[in-house]
Design a protein around this ligand. Structure first.
Ligand SMILES: [Zn+2]
Length: 213
């Protein structure tokens, strides 16, 4: 086990903050933020890579001769790629959290899915700030890089629109991770311990330590 990870909360620490996706108010707010981030990401990616909004291309289909096979290639298959891609992306996102936690802590992981979030955590461990940051941010960093390369490769084809939509939804889905990362970076500048069961992150600081340091 890494030196900044503990099986039990070391003495001298107290609970400072709980981020709980099971909490209805927090879950709803996080999903609204996710939606806003999704739309903003799509607009930004489209403007950067295409210089215009390309999503309307999907609805501007020319039903002239030979439309049947073109409809399959230009609309139906990209929609299948979109649907399957979203599911694969959610699974891979959680596996990347899991891989980071596994490599850094060697501990047993939990995975799951609820109405508000898919999740992965290490419920029986208190991890230090560096381990927590790497674990919460690794899917965002990895997939954002991958999607930028993919969008650049696929271009403005119907598949490109599907990839851009998955990119946007993934970035929106990282809202909770980015919130945790922001807490770790800005609220816990002096360090902290985090217990993460996947849905609920509890942050601990040392007695006498002001959270905002
Ligand atoms: Zn995540």
């Amino acid at each position: 086990m890494k030196t900044d990870c503990y099986k039990e909360l070391p003495s001298g620490y107290r609970e400072d903050k709980v981020v709980d996706a099971k909490n209805v108010r927090f879950g709803v707010i996080m999903n609204v933020v996710a939606l806003v981030v999704t739309v903003a990401t799509y607009l930004l990616v489209d403007l950067v890579f295409a210089g215009r909004l390309t999503i309307s291309d999907l609805f501007r289909f020319d039903f002239s001769e030979g439309a049947g096979s073109r409809y399959v290639a230009e609309v139906l298959l990209p929609l299948v790629v979109l649907a399957v891609g979203m599911i694969v992306c959610i699974v891979l996102h959680e596996l990347v959290h899991g891989a980071a936690y596994k490599i850094l802590t060697k501990e047993k992981l939990t995975f799951g899915l609820t109405w508000s979030a898919a999740y992965c955590g290490v419920p029986n461990l208190f991890v230090g700030k560096k381990t927590a940051l790497i674990a919460v941010l690794s899917p965002f960093v990895l997939f954002t890089t991958l999607f930028v390369v993919l969008v650049a490769c696929v271009g403005n084809t119907p598949y490109g629109i599907a990839v851009k939509l998955i990119f946007a939804v993934h970035t929106g889905g990282c809202a909770g991770d980015l919130y945790d990362a922001a807490l770790l970076l800005f609220r816990y500048r002096k360090g902290c311990l985090m217990n993460d069961d996947g849905l609920r992150q509890v942050f601990f600081v040392q007695d006498g330590q002001e959270a905002r340091g």
